[in-house]
Design a protein around this ligand. Structure first.
Ligand SMILES: Nc1ncnc2c1ncn2[C@@H]1O[C@H](COP(=O)(O)OP(=O)(O)OP(=O)(O)O)[C@@H](O)[C@H]1O
Ligand SMILES: [Mg+2]
Length: 76
């Protein structure tokens, strides 16, 4: 995980980058769907995160890994 401080137009924020070298995600759209899980869990981690942050990006390659990047700007 990488934490970066951001400053843009007088606003401050954080960019968090979560990178793994796991199995990757074959169908990112399906993985983003609320309730979809292959882990027997709630299937809400990705979708819930997307709704909670200002910017959300996911890149995944099967057999290589997954990177999720979020940006949140401080409220003022
Ligand atoms: N980093 C990852 N690498 C590989 N597959 C992933 C990764 N993150 C998510 N997935 C796949 O997408 C599915 C949905 O992910 P999501 O985080 O939304 O739910 P979950 O992890 O199953 O449950 P929850 O996060 O609610 O505990 C996962 O079950 C898994 O199949
Ligand atoms: Mg999850």
């Amino acid at each position: 995980m990488l934490i970066e401080e951001l400053s843009r137009d007088g606003k401050s924020g954080l960019r968090l980058t979560f990178e793994d070298r796991g199995p990757g995600i074959p169908d990112v759209n399906r993985a983003m769907t609320d309730g979809y899980t292959t882990a027997g869990s709630m299937g809400l981690g990705l979708g819930g995160t997307r709704r909670l942050v200002n910017e959300f990006e996911i890149k995944s390659t099967v057999g290589v890994g997954t990177t999720v990047t979020v940006v949140q700007w401080k409220r003022r």
